[in-house]
Design a protein around this ligand. Structure first.
Ligand code: GLA
Length: 719
């Protein structure tokens, strides 16, 4: 094998490497994206070593990090643009390669002197978490308007394999009340694609996916994963390319006209986050957890232990009464709750979902002396005070709308489309964002608010500004600016991102928020799959997880208190019900789980997360590191075996010894049968078990009823 003397630019992390080379004409081509295989110079590229296939262009095109349309690349382009129908084909004729920050940040500046565009493609790799961030910036250097239909944040090849059916794509679908329903399909030889036009991240089309390479599993083998850091319309695709590999790309989806660039104007894409792991989809998820942790901005510079919430919504809905809410605070404080969040229903004329959005001051009938007395009461009990807002929205029945009907997004001549009786404000209008900043700023100054739950309860339709042009992209940029402005003015405040539950969960909004409301469905059994989907892309400490009422409001299904607590345990724990409706026994159980959560949260929220299935209705989840783990085993459905299957923990060190103790169960030992002596012993004192036994044969699980959990502490024995 010979090595090539071509300029090559390598970004290498722990297990992940991206290599870009200059071709003979000095243009960039992807050389490699995937496992870190560096060490020596790379051998020849297959494309250079093979003669062009028959019926090919004489110059064989290789995949550029920015493939264009119409100049020899026949796969998916990263750019689609034209000038009044002309300049529809772009081909770069110069490229400047620059290490903005060696070796973690490479910038390619590509120019097309014919179509008169300049494009900067950035590729960064954070070796600490093995997450690459790709983004593009297009500048119209011509003297007429350029219409851009599509500009990908990034385009990569997936490694070539002879068995593309063995490559699987996993991605969430869903709806309000049932987010994160993971799908799993072979990639095959077509195009897999997902698009979202709802104007916000959406419940159904999270902008990310996981690609399991042949041999990849949850805990081992090669796996790619990607997500777009953007809270608006987006598109992602993985298409088979006849050269013999798949091409994956992602970017924001532009509405007609949104990509029109005047001479000198720039279009900037959001970042596309991409990772690779040799440790399966859990390894890729752990990489993303690291990247999200690194990108978040916490008050005081670091995350404090995640405080237990009480949220007023499902316990009280719009029915706010100051005395009853003070009683809620008293009950919550007695349970061990640390943060009280006053949800929807507190502001001017907000008695149901038909009026009030936009009028962000306390309702005088419900709160004659404002929110101060309630907030002071909460703080007097030692809890933080938090408040729900939905700033981007307006009800037609509001003082704000009556004064400024032109502030809502709308299309002149078309009847407004309402959803939940509300319209969307045009945040790109500076008067609107100034009004919202002033209202929120006044609340944050007047009241001791430590927390905002920031909601967004509808999809966008008729999203045009007064000029009649589409405003989707500018709306997202404007809400980011408003959040950033508020965070700068009130850096002590934490923000929860919510959109009818999980409609705005993404790596863009996470850089200006501190918690996600995972779903409006608080049914514990339904939550397990949703939480595991969420944990594929986001870390557990920002996953809002509440203990709701029984029966669950979203599903009507009843669950005992301990099961509800065990399911909420791994996330950012909260309670969303009126504890006054609970029996004394239920209150004792809830208080005990709150104390357990507090004792475990540093372990649950700092380390790594693994999620597995043992079959026979058993799902498991481990949090911590491989020296010190909390293992939660959930039995979802009744066993059909006389002896339940063991739970294998492949991430444990095969050469180590572990102490394993069964520290908590949601049901009584034995579940109506005589208790097994082995489990009685494991409850009393830790049992020494070899790592290879736990990894390959597995941990014994007690007989459990459906919808019950067993929790183990697993610690490495000192050598
Ligand atoms: C959305 C949220 C809920 C609650 C309501 C209030 O549905 O997801 O948690 O805040 O709005 O209207």
């Amino acid at each position: 094998m010979t090595t090539q003397a071509v300029p090559s630019f390598c970004l290498a992390g722990r297990d992940f490497a991206l290599v870009i080379e200059a071709d003979a004409a000095g243009m960039p081509v992807w050389r490699h994206v995937g496992a870190r295989v560096m060490g020596a110079a790379l051998p020849w590229r297959l494309a250079d070593a093979m003669p062009p296939a028959s019926f090919s262009l004489d110059a064989r095109p290789a995949l550029s990090p920015v493939p264009t349309f119409g100049t020899g690349w026949f796969g998916s382009p990263a750019l689609l643009a034209h000038r009044d129908g002309g300049d529809f084909a772009q081909g770069f004729d110069a490229c400047h390669f620059e290490w903005v920050d060696k070796p973690g940040h490479l910038r390619l500046t590509l120019t097309d002197s014919v179509a008169q565009i300049r494009l900067e493609q950035d590729v960064r790799l954070d070796p600490a978490c093995d997450v690459a961030k790709l983004s593009a910036r297009l500048i119209n250097t011509g003297d007429s308007s350029l219409d851009v239909q599509w500009l990908a944040s990034g385009t990569i090849p997936l490694p070539s394999t002879g068995d593309s059916e063995a490559m699987r794509v996993r991605y969430p679908i869903g709806r309000h009340n049932h987010e994160w329903a993971m799908q799993d399909e072979p990639l095959g030889k077509g195009i897999w694609s997902r698009e979202n036009r709802r104007g916000l991240t959406s419940h159904d089309a999270f902008p990310g996916a996981i690609v399991m390479m042949p041999g990849g599993t949850a805990q081992s083998g090669p796996c790619f994963s990607a997500q777009l850091a953007w809270s608006g319309n987006h598109a992602q695709s993985i298409g088979w390319c006849d050269e013999g590999f798949h091409v994956w790309q992602s970017g924001m989806l532009l509405a007609p006209g949104e990509g029109r660039l005047a001479p000198g104007e720039t279009l900037e894409t959001p970042e596309w986050w991409l990772t690779f792991s040799r440790e399966g989809s859990d390894g890729a998820a752990q990489n993303f957890h690291g990247a999200v942790r690194g990108a978040m901005r916490w008050p005081q510079g670091g995350m404090k232990p995640r405080p237990v919430h009480i949220n007023s919504w499902e316990g009280f809905y719009f029915d706010h009464d100051e005395a009853r809410l003070k009683r809620l605070a008293d009950d919550a404080a007695r349970l061990g709750v640390e943060r009280f969040v006053l949800d929807d229903g507190w502001f001017h004329r907000r008695n149901d979902d038909r009026a009030g959005l936009g009028d962000w001051w306390p309702d005088a009938a419900k709160y004659p002396a404002g929110l101060g007395p309630l907030a002071d009461h909460v703080r007097g009990l030692g809890m933080e005070f938090g408040l729900w807002v939905e700033p981007e929205m307006v009800n037609p029945d509001s003082d704000l709308y009556r004064a400024h009907p032109d502030w809502a997004l709308q299309i002149s001549g078309r009847a407004p489309i309402t959803a939940r009786n509300q319209l969307v404000l045009d945040l790109a209008n500076p008067q609107v964002s100034d009004y919202l900043f002033e209202r929120l700023d006044a609340l944050l100054r007047d009241l001791p608010i430590a927390y905002l739950k920031w909601d967004h309860n509808r999809d966008l339709a008729h999203a045009a500004g007064p000029d009649g042009r589409a405003r989707y992209r500018r709306q997202v940029a404007a809400v980011y600016r408003l959040l950033d402005r508020l965070i700068d003015a009130h850096p002590h405040v934490e923000i929860e991102a919510c959109a009818g539950g999980g409609g705005r969960i993404d790596a863009g909004i996470v850089q200006r928020s501190h918690r996600f409301w995972t779903s409006d469905c608080i049914d514990a059994t339904a939550r397990i799959a949703m939480q595991r989907g969420f944990l594929g892309f986001m870390p557990p400490e920002i996953m809002g997880a509440h203990v709701g009422a029984s029966p669950a409001h979203a599903t009507g299904r009843a669950h005992d208190m301990a099961w509800r607590c065990a399911v909420a345990l791994p996330g950012h724990f909260g309670v969303e019900m009126n504890p006054a409706t609970l029996s004394a026994d239920e209150r004792t159980v809830l208080a005990d789980w709150i104390a357990f959560y507090k004792a475990q949260r540093s372990r649950l929220h700092a380390g790594r997360v693994w999620c597995g299935d043992a079959g026979d209705g058993l799902a498991w989840q481990a949090h911590g590191d491989d020296d010190d783990l909390l293992l939660i085993v959930y039995r979802l459905s009744p066993t059909c075996q006389r002896m339940p299957p063991p739970v294998r923990l492949p991430m444990l060190d095969k050469d180590a010894q572990y102490d394993v103790q069964l520290i908590r169960e949601t049901g009584s030992p034995g579940y109506g049968q005589p208790d097994a002596p082995a489990f009685a012993a494991m409850r009393a004192t830790p049992l020494a078990v070899a790592g290879d036994y736990l990894a390959q044969i597995g941990l014994a699980i007690p007989m459990m009823h459906a919808e019950s959990a067993a929790i183990y502490a697993i610690r490495r024995r000192a050598a």
